[in-house]
Design a protein around this ligand. Structure first.
Ligand code: NDP
Length: 287
């Protein structure tokens, strides 16, 4: 028999989560603030009129609401004693840590989650989507297999803030990629270059460069930023004018690349031209 669970929140993500647990035969109790959104589950899940009733039904309670404030609103005054609360609502590490304390004060175990997937990837094996989890190791050990039903489950530590930290870290790198891709397309705009074909080239190149993250991580761990460097920062700094001149000639604002270049120049100017990108990480840290 599969673990029964409660889900609060049937938005785009919550509805996908609900379907995946139902498809895997988990008895589900669900609640949504706007009742109409729960109608699709009628006859398949136990739909309750209040959050308190849904919470009372099962020990494992999963939250997938809009933001941290909506959790306070939905669970104000609801008895959480003895519950295993898993919060998949996106938030900051600080919010997750505060939520963990909030749950503990109410006698519940707490696990925070950061969903690295969009709804169509939920419940689809090998979609590449997964969820970062952090917080109570006991809760994760006990319910890990249930939590792995919608998407892969990756536990990243006892600090409840770590799931959000990993989530935001990966998405921050994604935004760096979006910035680079935006600049690259802007360069070829107005030229006789097929954007569709160029997009394929970009995807291949970004994939080929993926190892940079692995290499940077190894260097940061070893503390050696110079041994075996193939493209040192002095060489990269020497190439910066080519990028800025070309952007200007193509009528493209340098605003997305300029901040990174200024960091590289500062690091080289302070005598670290023999390093590669790993050295920039600590330079970026302020205070
Ligand atoms: P939706 O906007 O589709 O749904 C939001 C849900 O939160 C609804 O169930 C809504 O209820 C509920 N809600 C909002 N405010 C309150 C409140 N004050 N009290 C009670 N319930 C409230 O969002 P998603 O389902 O897409 O996202 C849910 C969470 O999942 C978010 O934290 C999001 O960041 C995260 N996530 C979403 C991804 C996505 O691609 N969609 C990807 C990764 C994470 P009602 O129906 O009554 O409005």
């Amino acid at each position: 028999t599969k673990t029964p669970l409660t889900l609060l929140g049937l938005g785009a993500m919550g509805a996908a989560l609900a379907e995946s647990w139902l498809a895997d035969d988990h008895p589900l109790t669900a609640w949504n603030r706007t009742p109409a959104r729960a109608e699709a589950l009628a006859g398949r899940a136990a739909v309750t009129g209040t959050a308190a009733e849904a919470v009372a039904a099962n020990r494992l309670v999963v939250l997938c609401l809009l933001d941290d404030a909506s959790i306070t609103e939905a669970l104000d005054g609801v008895d959480l004693t003895g519950k295993d609360v898993v919060n998949l609502t996106t938030g900051t590490p600080a919010e997750a840590r505060a939520r963990a304390g909030w749950a503990r004060e109410r006698g519940a175990r707490y696990l925070d989650g950061g969903i690295m997937a969009v709804p169509p990837m939920i419940g689809v094996p090998d979609s590449g989507g997964y969820v970062f989890y952090s917080g109570s190791p006991d809760l994760f050990e006990e319910h890990g297999s249930t939590l792995a039903v919608p998407a892969g489950a990756r536990y990243v530590g006892e600090d409840a803030g770590f799931a959000a930290l990993h989530d935001l870290g990966l998405l921050s790198a994604m935004y760096g990629m979006f910035a680079g891709v935006t600049h690259a397309f802007a360069l070829i705009r107005g030229e006789d270059v097929s954007p569709a074909a160029f997009g394929v080239l970009l995807a291949e190149w970004l994939t080929a460069m993926g190892g940079h993250a692995v290499e940077t991580g190894k260097r940061l761990e070893s503390g050696d930023h110079t041994t075996g460097v193939v493209s040192n920062l002095a060489m990269q700094a020497a190439g910066i004018p080519a990028f800025l001149d070309t952007a200007e000639a193509q009528g493209v604002s340098p605003e997305l690349l300029a901040p990174f270049f200024s960091l590289v120049r500062r690091h080289v100017a302070e005598g670290h031209g023999d390093e590669d990108g790993a050295g920039l990480v600590d330079r970026l840290r302020v205070g």
